[in-house]
Design a protein around this ligand. Sequence first.
Ligand code: GAL
Length: 829
Amino acid sequence: MKMKQFNLLSLFLILITFFGSANSTIVSHDERAITIDGQRRILLSGSIHYPRSTSDMWPDLISKAKDGGLDTIETYVFWNAHEPSRRQYDFSGNLDLVRFIKTIQSAGLYSVLRIGPYVCAEWNYGGFPVWLHNMPNMKFRTINPGFMNEMQNFTTKIVNMMKEESLFASQGGPIILAQIENEYGNVISSYGAEGKAYIDWCANMANSLDIGVPWIMCQQPHAPQPMIETCNGFYCDQYKPSNPSSPKMWTENWTGWFKNWGGKHPYRTAEDLAFSVARFFQTGGTFQNYYMYHGGTNFGRVAGGPYITTSYDYDAPLDEYGNLNQPKWGHLKQLHTLLKSMEKPLTYGNISTIDLGNSVTATVYSTNEKSSCFIGNVNATADALVNFKGKDYNVPAWSVSVLPDCDKEAYNTARVNTQTSIITEDSCDEPEKLKWTWRPEFTTQKTILKGSGDLIAKGLVDQKDVTNDASDYLWYMTRVHLDKKDPIWSRNMSLRVHSNAHVLHAYVNGKYVGNQIVRDNKFDYRFEKKVNLVHGTNHLALLSVSVGLQNYGPFFESGPTGINGPVKLVGYKGDETVEKDLSKHQWDYKIGLNGFNNKLFSLKSANHHQLKWSTEKLPADRMLSWYKANFKAPLGKDPVIVDLNGLGKGEVWINGQSIGRYWPSFNSSEDGCTEECDYRGEYGSDKCAFMCGKPTQRWYHVPRSFLNDKGHNTITLFEEMGGDPSMVKFKTVVTGRVCAKAHEHNKVELSCNNRPISAVKFASFGNPSGLCGSFAAGTCEGAKDAAKIVAKECVGKLNCTMNVSSHKFGSTNLDCGDSPKRLFVELEC
Ligand code: GAL
């Protein structure tokens, strides 16, 4: 009997072990590639940050990534979002990391988990909680027991959560790689010998967590073994891992760039992005990740900085709302399909390169079964006509041709056949005119006149040290007695504040003196304004506002925030200047504004408190004011935005949930934009920028899941600077127009993204020219009526596909010259 029991038990154990291992995937690496179950792989990955969208958007974003040819999704983990107070965790809603990874898994994709927990990412404080900074003897990212203990605690927590749900590939899950730290190589020298000791500790700590898949370190030359170092940047073709047994991996190919308040709209062309990817694979790369594939939105106060905008669109292949950013998405998709078809030669083949002159190189990858080739032209201006293996190829400047079988060009990074989609606001239904109510911030008379706060200190304090970043706002208040004999008296007296506040508002004796905002990255500045002082007690109240805490640089955690002084009163008497330094005075501090503390944006609590909101005399330019209105959600499924043009600066909530800071009154500078963008030559974040002299961000994403389809919805605004809410409108974003400039012998696919194509505005096959919106026919055209053909194939349909050929559009009646024939189309949606 006993014997039988034993046998059953061992059979059971054997079965568990068997099924367990059948599910698990072995991920390792050699000098050439990441190997999965012993096979070297080409991995095409894209970053999607789960808290920058809402959980209902995840399946669609991930399926669009898969459809775009990706097999892996990369994300950071955001410590300060998950552990807002020490040992109190939040994994709810769009912070549900396990659910996000499982969504990736159910789409059949792999995942790369960049735990960090330092992430940078244009995320508030680079992902660190501010309470961590406020612990005694704290120093980040170096040998510091308190820091290391907290970092290890959080990292272990995340690893255990993943293990419990069997999410590592070693357990049958989708996570094939994890990352510890981030870009420490960029700053390590600033930390001296401790920097090296710290990164070794990171590696040991990560290793000890035994996750069963490799760890990577991004931008970490000579990463401690067995960490795999990886590259990031706009290009990584020149990158060579310092460890010869590390494969060439690229964890961040920047698909565009982020935006600062006051900055222009970044734009990186599909041609250049595809060029960087093709070059990377031409030069031996095997893992490539788009940072970002979907950028999304910095909801609430998660934007880093200082001064990162609420939109984190990034000009990524999926736009902020999750729409395809065309032609980027489609042009890359075609490249991905080809690269995948070349996986074996690229990862196992012998490599030979042939210099074809003038910066043109051909690379041949060959195995016994198959050869694949690239011809790259890195010359930024000169197109090349080259002969390769007995055939002529035209390789435009700054482009790569891909020849999957080495005898025919299947793709060239500079020849885009994908449509351009022009996203517009839907103006079909006249948006409703909102009826606003308003109320002043519970001022503040007490604050600005009496100066009573929550805490008192001698001297000036650093903002984040006091607020723990619970609020953007901190009042600094003091009083100064001036008797008649005080030497400062003169007709011309001013308040002078040395400040690191991202925005500063100053009041003297209850009167508003003025403000200062940071421009051109001058975060350390002097504010000086003329003031009226009285004999006796004078009250000073300075409101310091932070707009996202710094997220990058050595020792960034201890960079100054708020008003660090000195704060002085200055009397000008002819040639003489008399200063009175108030910096060492006793100061009162008040954290946050009363409206926030009373949750005026939360529907429940506003009703609960029965606060008065007035419909009368809606102020159009009043500082520190709250506004509220009800509205109907726009019908349908298209993404919703709110146009905040007319407002100053503040924060906006929809049904009690913050959709971020707003600042439409902040225009970008007038200069530095170009009408047309040349994709050729090295890209940088300023190149090809557009929207000069326009609000940095006028439209704000309102996730559908924040809205009630039926019944009413409420928008609440806190206006800090003064603005006019009467122009605020809810709209949807749709594809308004579509253009294509496809090359002969290719297929062109046209679609209005779930809306029928309504009309053909232009179509010509031959040598047409111009930009989308102003196409013009050239000197030669196909014999058939292109507009008619396109109309027949496309109008009334959701999408259509056509061969771009003389067969379809007729041979060209006039000589098209040497230039290859193209089909230009503009469609109305
Ligand atoms: C990288 C960093 C990312 C992000 C990026 C710029 O250096 O690792 O987190 O900040 O720069 O978007």
